[in-house]
Design a protein around this ligand. Structure first.
Ligand code: ADP
Ligand code: MG
Length: 362
């Protein structure tokens, strides 16, 4: 009999729903069944929690999987006297499926990686893998994240946050302002997204306007960033709670003009682990990654991403608190190169979650 029950949450309400399904499929395969009983719960795009059989297949004709509306019975979490229980709803009956010990939200983007699920799990008293409410919400929000990094003096490309209200009222003046502050090429990014969804590379004013329109379909806050010219993209993994370890850096070589959604999940971009970098760059990447982790108050895991400009300048790009998590995703590959296999990484994350929960109570 397994000692503990782990709730694996996947799918979810964000545009990154299929990416989460890919990550969860791999996690479900490797959770140590001697120690943990796995309870797979798929969250539909509409936000319904369904108890699934854990088989995550791509739909015919699509390369990516999806949690369908009929994937299983609806379930919910209820805080009982002896812990947090999973309850199944069948017709007008509720059936107690017993206590859960820990949750692994294998969810990316809004409603998964942004503190909302973390707040819900905290409220119902269930320990969970990864960053807490604050770190998750700061980490997903490029505006808040950049401010936190700035407060620590971390190097970032020049940028401007812009709001939907201003773009609607005063579009032309806003474009003038952006053009005065930054030069082309520029990147327009929804503040709270991921997987490059809603991101556009703009080389002139018309493209900038179109990029803003596109980004504002995802969020009411958009970041306009100074674009670098095909920088090297370097990433490290961080693992721990109070005491952390940082991997050697890996490098992404995108199959596209930049690292787009297609380049990430559909085309074959190349991942080089470890990256071929001079020792001083490696040291800076690891130092800045630690600072970035501390800046948002992270715990559990993170992938910290950098741009290395052709002139040798290193910029911190972002921190991801629930990064892509298939065995061929960068974070697991970085740990694999350090000698921590994918199943061991999953095991370690569950342990860290239980340790963090014990510390919070202690
Ligand atoms: N300032 C920039 N200069 C050059 N390339 C960039 C810049 N910002 C983003 N990119 C490209 O766009 C990709 C996605 O941007 P990123 O900010 O990491 O968004 P996401 O959170 O969706 O991953 C990057 O991996 C990189 O290829
Ligand atoms: Mg990124």
């Amino acid at each position: 009999m397994a000692d503990e029950r782990v709730l694996v949450l996947y799918g979810g309400q964000s545009s990154e729903h299929p990416v989460s399904c890919l990550s969860a499929r791999s996690v479900l395969e490797v959770v140590d069944r001697e120690r943990y009983e796995v309870v797979p719960v798929g969250i539909t795009r509409g936000g319904r929690w369904l108890l699934t059989d854990g088989v995550i297949e791509a739909r015919p004709g699509s390369p990516l999987p999806e949690v369908d509306e009929d994937a299983g019975d609806p379930v919910t979490l209820v805080r009982g006297v002896d812990g947090t229980h999973l309850v199944r709803l069948v017709g007008d009956r509720a059936e107690d499926l017993g206590a859960i010990d820990v949750a692994f939200p294998v969810l990316h983007g809004p409603f998964g990686e942004d503190g909302t699920i973390q707040g819900y799990l905290t409220t119902v008293g269930l320990p969970y893998v990864g960053a807490d409410v604050t770190a998750s919400s700061v980490g997903i929000d490029k505006r808040a994240m950049k401010l936190a990094f700035k407060a620590r003096g971390l190097p970032q490309v020049p940028y401007l946050p812009v709001t939907w209200g201003r773009w609607q009222r005063d579009g032309a003046a806003l474009l003038d302002e952006v053009e005065a502050a930054l030069s082309y090429p520029m990147f327009t990014k929804p503040a709270r997204q991921g997987s490059s969804i809603g991101i556009t590379l703009a080389r002139h004013r018309e493209a900038l306007a179109a990029g803003l329109d596109e980004a504002f379909t995802h969020d009411r806050v958009v970041i306009v960033e100074q674009g670098l010219d095909r920088p090297r993209e370097v990433e490290v993994g961080v693992l721990g709670n109070d005491e952390i370890e940082v991997t050697a850096p890996g490098e992404i070589v995108p199959s596209d003009e930049f690292y787009t959604f297609e380049a990430k999940y559909i085309d074959d971009s190349q991942l080089h682990v470890p990256a071929d970098l001079p020792p001083d760059v490696v040291a800076n990447v690891q130092r800045f990654a630690t600072q970035a982790w501390l800046a948002i108050g992270c715990r559990g895991m993170a992938r910290v991403d950098f741009f290395l400009d052709r002139d040798g300048t290193l910029y911190l790009n972002e921190i991801n608190t629930i990064p892509g998590f298939t065995p061929s995703s960068m974070l697991p590959m970085l740990w694999q190169a350090e000698g921590l296999s994918y199943p061991e990484l999953v095991d370690r994350l569950l342990e860290l979650a239980l340790e963090a929960a014990a510390d919070d109570l202690g």
